[in-house]
Ligand binder design. Structure first.
Ligand code: ADP
Ligand code: ASP
Ligand code: MG
Length: 456
């Protein structure tokens, strides 16, 4: 029996997001959650809340040196505040200040020339910093914590900013490098970051720590994955959009995957892919209120309601390609997708008519903002058809079960939205979702209206 199998009966991987490690108090609460469960042997954490945003700003190039210094000062203060409350700051102080110095040097480079590779190197510092502090807090609670650099284990390809992890290699590396530590230690490591085969730092895209935790849970054959955040579980919609949102006790992998994919920020879109592959139940809870319970995400659940939840994703880019040649012709779509594939443009939604096709561009990279179609791609596509690019749109997704097979459901959904202009409606391809684009400024109202009529 290999080690992975030995541990699988009782191994929990726990992930704590930015707000759960925002400062000393939050870190201490999260550390108490770790020590309360002897099965928790691997802890992956995010950067302290707000830190990644500042690092992204620096990585994009801040040319004014005073502004740059102010940003570094803010980062220094965040981490110094935690150091000040440790019993033994001397154990991690040098490491923290070494990393802060690195950031200053790299930010200066970024001010003269930015690149996706440099961005990943800079933003990785958030998690490198927070893990030093969190492991020291655990040590001060007499827990056998060791800090591990995840980069040599979290192997990815070279797509800086949205690197694709390689699960088979990660499993092998985790078996060699992580499992031997688990008998006597609690491993504290970084979410979000990894490295390519040359050892160069990469990141999995914004919010990627959830995905990291799922990949590591898969690699070590964990029995449970816990995602600790600032809300007690998955809600029927983002509780920031409406106070009528209700927590969900239990939800299937398929429904929760649709929620994550369609913008429920609480889970990175790819989080559930490794969990499904390895059938690892996922718990989502609040590190501020662990006793409040949370959501269990599993393969099979007791209830499969017609309407389950609503998700909202901002910053959509819609591309409409119109060609009279498309009418009764073959090969047009193939040519369009060949051009997109050649430029590694990933497409999200598609709708077609006789003479046009509309699509939205995928987005998860670290830079943020609405994705754009590079000029060269527009030029190549323009040889085939008229290209129209539109931004300022949001995507609303309704998640549920058997919606397209249930008589009357379309009437309930669209009836509630008769005052709004819906674009690119995608309905029927998946039994679990219906989605459409809407102008950004109407999006939250649309979610509130639909929530009130279908979920309250
Ligand atoms: P973390 O830093 O812990 O990863 P995030 O900010 O990435 O936390 O995700 C948690 C946030 O996700 C919540 O505060 C909430 O506003 C948002 N959210 C979006 N959709 C949902 C949903 N359906 N249920 C719960 N929270 C949601
Ligand atoms: N710190 C990274 C971010 O803010 C990753 C994460 O928190 O999941 O995007
Ligand atoms: Mg997150």
């Amino acid at each position: 029996m290999d080690k992975a199998t030995t541990h699988s009966d009782s191994l929990t991987v726990a992930k704590f997001g930015g707000t759960s490690v925002a400062d000393y108090t939050a870190m201490s609460r999260s550390a108490a959650i770790v020590t309360a469960n002897p099965q928790t042997k691997i802890v992956l954490i995010s950067a302290c809340s707000g830190v990644t945003n500042i690092l992204v700003e620096l990585a994009n190039g801040v040319s004014d040196s005073t502004t740059r210094q102010q940003r570094i000062q803010t980062l220094t203060q965040t981490h110094q505040d935690v150091l000040d409350q440790l019993q033994h700051p001397e154990n991690v102080q040098d490491a923290i200040y070494g990393l802060l110095d690195n950031i200053a040097t790299l930010a200066e480079h970024a001010a003269s020339a930015t690149s996706a590779q440099l961005t990943d190197q800079i933003v990785s510092h958030g998690e490198l910093l927070s893990t030093h502090l969190f492991s020291q807090i655990l040590v001060e609670l007499n827990a056998p914590a060791v800090r591990v650099d995840i980069r040599p284990i979290m192997r990815t390809d070279d797509q800086f900013g949205k690197a694709i992890p390689q699960p088979d290699t990660i499993k092998q590396l985790a078996t060699e490098q992580l499992l031997p530590l688990l008998d006597n230690n609690i491993v504290v490591s970084q979410g979000f970051i990894g490295s390519n085969s040359q050892g160069v730092t990469t990141t999995l895209g914004r919010g990627g720590s959830d995905y990291s935790a799922a990949l590591i849970a898969e690699a070590v054959n964990a029995s449970t994955l816990e995602i600790w955040t600032d809300v007690p579980g998955l809600y029927t919609t983002d509780p920031r959009i409406t106070s009528a949102a209700k927590p969900i006790k239990e939800i299937s992998f398929s429904e929760a995957s649709e929620m994550a994919n369609f913008g429920a920020k609480i889970l990175h879109p790819s989080t559930l892919v490794p969990a499904v592959r390895q059938q690892i139940p996922v718990f989502v809870g609040s590190s501020k209120a662990p006793d409040q319970g949370g959501t269990w995400i599993r393969q099979s659940v007791e209830e499969a309601p017609l309407f389950r939840a609503l998700a909202l994703r901002a910053n959509q880019t819609m591309v409409t390609l119109t060609s009279l040649n498309m009418f009764h012709a073959y090969g047009f779509l193939a040519e369009v997708f060949r051009i997109l594939a050649e430029h590694k443009i990933s497409v999200d939604l598609i709708t077609t008519s006789e003479v046009s096709v509309s699509l939205t561009l995928d987005q998860t990279d670290t830079g943020g903002g609405a994705p754009t179609l590079p000029l060269q791609v527009v030029e190549e596509l323009s040889q085939l058809c008229v290209v129209d690019v539109e931004q300022g749109l949001s995507l609303v997704a309704l998640i549920g079960n058997q919606m397209s097979d249930t008589k009357g459901s379309a009437k309930d959904i669209f009836g509630a939205l008769e005052d709004h202009n819906l674009r690119m409606i995608c309905y029927g391809a998946s039994p679990h979702n219906l989605c459409f684009l809407i102008n950004e400024d109407e999006a939250k109202d649309v979610v509130r209206t639909l929530h009130a009529s279908l979920l309250e």
